[in-house]
Design a protein. Sequence first.
Length: 348
Amino acid sequence: PNWLYYNTEREDEAVVSTQSTGDMISSERSIDNDPLVGKRKVWTLTLVLAILCAIVGSSLQFGFQTGCMANTQTLLNDKFNVSNVTMSTMVSGMAMGGLVGGLSAGLIADRVGRKMCMALNNIPMLIGTALMALSFNEYFFIFGRVIGGFAVGIATGIAPMYISEISPVSIKGGVGVSHQFMITLGILIAFVLSIKDVLPETGKEEWRWHVYFAFPAVPALFQLLVLPFCPESPNWLYYNKEREDLAKNALTKLRKSREAAEEEIEAMIKERTAGTSSVMVTYGQFLTNPTLRLSLLIGVVLQCAQQLSGINAILNYAPAIFKDAGESNADLAPISVGAIFNLMTFVS
């Protein structure tokens, strides 16, 4: 409905698509000075800084941790002399920790707030990074991957949540894609920094692998330095803490306009009031209602297609795949995968 209303200016279809959110659409209209968005400044320095803080400190981490094992498996095998099973565990350690972190993200963010969740998440991120960068055997490295994966799982949940809640409705879609773009950029950075010319497997420069796996500390420290200058999520302050005054102050910092902040607070109040009187959709209706069932099916199929495409195996084992396919510069080939990732995310 947001896209229908703000991008195509078709309020009637937006209302039909939601059926029960007509009040919310009419209240959001007042935020942007009817009839359309664009009359008021939506980008402010505080908003840009807060978005960068979230996607660099959280989303970029996910991307780098995803791509960092592709070109380094041979190097790590030479250092630790491990079996294929152990190497597979080293690769999948991030996913193990990420599963727990991803399931915990929402609970932690609701309990302590979006800002505090991001700040605290840098603790396991830095611990996992230190264990991988300084590891002297495979067990320390695996433990570091799992701890770092836990932090990545939380980061994957909290970053898009925070940037969506601090952004004006008219740019939520574009801002939301920045999370995915930073993930793909992190993957590309991991591929570029791990080619043999930059990260030699033997010789006097072999110490560089320690620095390579310490890279995630850079965005983590950036986030810790910038986060104090970013406001808390107005949504969390209003809906979770019921602090309208603090939510208004946060919006004023983000919008640089007291009037705009007051209008968004009024929209939240109307939305909350409408929510108490609206009919809730049950899980059963997702299966019995044809419209809801189709939307659910599309979402599930897209997610399944993404996973079943085998892209995760390609990202983790790209050099071996390209080498088996006859590519002589197998360590450079993954860069093309990362570049296409970035290109298509930009297009989307």
